[in-house]
Design a protein. Sequence first.
Lengths: 170, 170, 499, 499
Amino acid sequence: MVKVYHLEFGGQSYEVGVEKAGSKTSVTVDGKKRFVDLARLNGSGAFSILLDGRSFDLEVKESEKGLLVFALGQQFDLIVEEERAYRARLASGGGKTAAREKEARAPMPGLIVKIEVAVGQVVEPGQGLLIMEAMKMENEIKAKGTGKVKEIKVAERQPVEQNQVLITFE
Amino acid sequence: MVKVYHLEFGGQSYEVGVEKAGSKTSVTVDGKKRFVDLARLNGSGAFSILLDGRSFDLEVKESEKGLLVFALGQQFDLIVEEERAYRARLASGGGKTAAREKEARAPMPGLIVKIEVAVGQVVEPGQGLLIMEAMKMENEIKAKGTGKVKEIKVAERQPVEQNQVLITFE
Amino acid sequence: MFKKILVANRGEIAVRVIRACRELGITSAVVFSEADRKSLAVRLADEAYPIGAPPVKESYLVAEKIIEMAKKCGAEAIHPGYGLLSENSAFAQQVQQGGMVFIGPKAADIRILGDKVEARRLAKEAGIPIVPGVEFPSGRSEADALGEAEKLGFPLLIKAKAGGGGKGMRQIERKEDFPSALKLASSEARSYFGDGSVYLEKYLHRPRHIEIQVLADAHGNCIHLGERECSIQRRHQKLLEESPSVAVDASLRQKLGGAAAALAQKAGYLNAGTVEFLVDEKKNFYFLEVNTRLQVEHPVTEMVTGLDLVALQIKIAAGERLPFAQGDVKWNGWAIECRINAEDPAQNFFPSSGKIDVYREPAGPGVRVDSGVYQGWEVGLFYDSLLAKLICWGPDRAGALARMRRALEEFRLFGIATNIPFHKALVNHPRFFSGDFSTFFLEEEKGIMDGSEAGLEVALIGSVLYKELKRGESRLRQAAATLASQWKGEARRAALRQW
Amino acid sequence: MFKKILVANRGEIAVRVIRACRELGITSAVVFSEADRKSLAVRLADEAYPIGAPPVKESYLVAEKIIEMAKKCGAEAIHPGYGLLSENSAFAQQVQQGGMVFIGPKAADIRILGDKVEARRLAKEAGIPIVPGVEFPSGRSEADALGEAEKLGFPLLIKAKAGGGGKGMRQIERKEDFPSALKLASSEARSYFGDGSVYLEKYLHRPRHIEIQVLADAHGNCIHLGERECSIQRRHQKLLEESPSVAVDASLRQKLGGAAAALAQKAGYLNAGTVEFLVDEKKNFYFLEVNTRLQVEHPVTEMVTGLDLVALQIKIAAGERLPFAQGDVKWNGWAIECRINAEDPAQNFFPSSGKIDVYREPAGPGVRVDSGVYQGWEVGLFYDSLLAKLICWGPDRAGALARMRRALEEFRLFGIATNIPFHKALVNHPRFFSGDFSTFFLEEEKGIMDGSEAGLEVALIGSVLYKELKRGESRLRQAAATLASQWKGEARRAALRQW
């Protein structure tokens, strides 16, 4: 029996099917079926995975949003839902994506140097929202999607904590 | 207040005093007092230790005998007792050392190739007791102390498990 | 030779100095802040002493505490590493006044060569071309500054007069942006270096950043060890360095090396130093500044010359003669260094922090890693984001790059975001591979990491399998609980039957 | 060039081959036994395929399974590493018959040069001195053997005719011990190599074990890469190797190198191979045997020549020409390798097993580690005890040794016993340092590790602090439990008051 999971990364949706037959497990992504073997490397969330023989290391950690996965040196913040839960959410009007960008957060502790937008302003993806100083450098926080600024929750020269909400969008 | 521990390694006895005064801890070995700082490196038994500023890494694991300690690349199998327990054991006639060598054990799984002693024979430290094959090599198991062979619990060509008792002494 | 050296630094460079000490049979003592009690440097040093709270201003920048600790533990010399107090002439002076040796240049050299204006004056006197620029002391009017800026022409750079390492540096494209940029740069300069004076400098078109390593002993010997190419920078922070440079041939090497050594000689320089140049597309070169300390990127020079720069620093500081002459320096092969930083490429390279859950460095032939971390280490936000330097050697540039590609793929560092994916994209980039780049490279190639989500499919599959594993485990726990309650029931029934 | 190579080995050498493949842009596939599912080689390879149960006879020695897997995954060539099937001429033949390339010599070369008697005959023909010795086929009478032995004189060595790597080798000091030793050696030879024939060889007085690396391509080019000194052995197992050797000067190097290359040329040899010699105190040398494969200790040659032997093996197997001539080979500095084994020095160097709880390799300038393990890896008893090779380079022997001392001190490997303390004692031993040693060294210096219990005091203090920590933790738990029960009581009382 194939079990289907619904995943989201960077606003994109993905479906992965997983099937167990005896001692063999297979996954299906984009219609391509592969045999997999997952082996836990140590007490933590580190694994070795073989995908039709291709070898990868990865780490999986539970995160606020879903799972934080490290693979090929990269970090992926994924939302993972069983198909059933996903369909239930859709049916209850939960929207097609689980977590639409509704706010800008501070990626690390720092100091707000400059606010570059105003309430009511419509921003485009990649547009600068504000500049914060952290680790002796000034960094620009950019909009990840289109949105209309609802509230600016910080002021210039204000120190902020990691993950603090800076700006909300309508 | 100084608390005293009694330790044994390789048939030798050692005493270590430990004293806590406020946030400072000191230890006394051979009459020499030193300030120590122990910091746990990770979930397991790995530590960083500063002894009057001198820095060492070590690992401590619970073992059958007491503690198995790794320091400076070496492995030490220690018996550690609080002074009280040590004195109680002495008083109850437990002998001066906690674990006198009373038997020869297999240091690893292997095959007994040759038995070099007979029951009733008195052996000297370093004398060959038997030869076992392990890891494609033949290795001689030697007597660690003086003793009279009481029982030979294995036969030639017999496979043995790690830690299996091979010979007992009177 | 010294019996004990105190290392007044942290991270990978503290480890680097500890290694050199140990190879020379010198006891190494390191100072550490509360955040660094379990650091690799503390673990590897012979001795380690606490000097205060995590913020550098309460520990690693407090000269008095460090000097007191050095005296107390009986150190005869202090190695400052790079950054922190390494270019602080007052600290060098205090060390000397404390009866110890500062492993680096004389305090006066640090002061003079560390001052951009003084250094330019010296370079000019030594006949070395300099980038057009002008000093601008804090206090002069904005109008004056704008006038000077217009004389130089845009684009231009504003730098802190007393600074280094790209800190407080600003690039201005248009006249309109100048006044506000000047204000910010001056205020940054004041807060970081205690002096709001800045320096305005012409911004060359697509220059390369090429620097020359020099070594001078106390016996009048002064040599250079060839160049390092450091053009790959983001926000004036070097990310990848190599030696030699594709842009430097034997003739240019001789000119640059000669100029650098002449300047050092003229300044009566002592110990290791680096003379930075900009080299334009026509191979004209311009003096930029002097770094009066060991550079982060010194390993690439070590790998092509076979020399140990830190050991040489220590020997020079102990009064020994350089054990070779300029003619004995031989360059062999090619070396490249990638700085592995705790930075999140997905978040505009913001510093990241957290626990390193999995850490295994690449190794094997031609690979060197200078690192300050280990599996289980918590990366905090108090210090800069450099975790490790990955240096690869090959018989030629293609060989070194092939090895770097291999080593980057092999690096296992899970738990926090790093710039490893950036380096993978960089060393696979055709323009970088061809050698056709300048300090503008990363600005010109903003999309360098686009489409580099090779790990996504593995991540998708991995997370589904992880969920299945968790589900299996929780089912197992449930089954065990059911079984246990069944047993209990059974036992109760059995007990009842007995009665 | 090949697109995919199958690595028919495990441990550090599988990792080594995977690295070379990756640097050449070749896909690497490794086979693994059930015990190696999580091995470093499996983790680092591009592809990994299971071939059976842990015992080598059910996995790594089953030629058919390996060849089937290679075909199935589309490999064009197979690298056998060292040990296992690497010197099995039938395997080499099967690989070729399967339409793939065996990365190593031709099957016939393996058979002929791997046969001690044939190899000696070839060497004799090439005019190379050989150690006096005689073949002794299984089946001949014991009396005959004793006669031959007496002709050679004691001490002598009994070796398996078809063997290598010290397996089945026995040294006999006195006539009386000969018959039983012969019986044992012959039975061991039969069980390991399928042939009970042995070889009796005169045992030279305090010889050095010096070997020459040769490389030969399919275009008639055959060169040597200088010597490796491998005299530090226990039970005929090499423990530390270096290149160059203190006993070899330029003239001897030329003689040894010339002899080795001549022998290889005469045999029409292909790919990498090693010619082993014994060198006596008067610098007379005697041919010993040929190893028709990559050696464990190849990295010391790589570090002094700057060459990548595994990459060259692959290129030669792909039909490429050697990219340099004998005259282009340059030796630079000194390299030393310590084999880090899972062996317990306190238990007569018995193999140890268990989980590696803490693992951090030494790194930094001049240090290379070729390892097959990682933190968390379980060392089992199915395979040989080599965990990692620590290789250090320095400009001269003293420099390489200083670095090795530093690297050994820096190595963190906790959880199982290793021979690191032995290596520490060795590299600090004055006679070893002076270079005055032979293959008898470890026999002569049996007390080399006496008194090397530097860690004991730290262990004593550490365990007391550990006990205190545990006591504190359990007290804390107790206090929490008491508090909880107090709260419960309080809640009960509060509830009662309510009513």
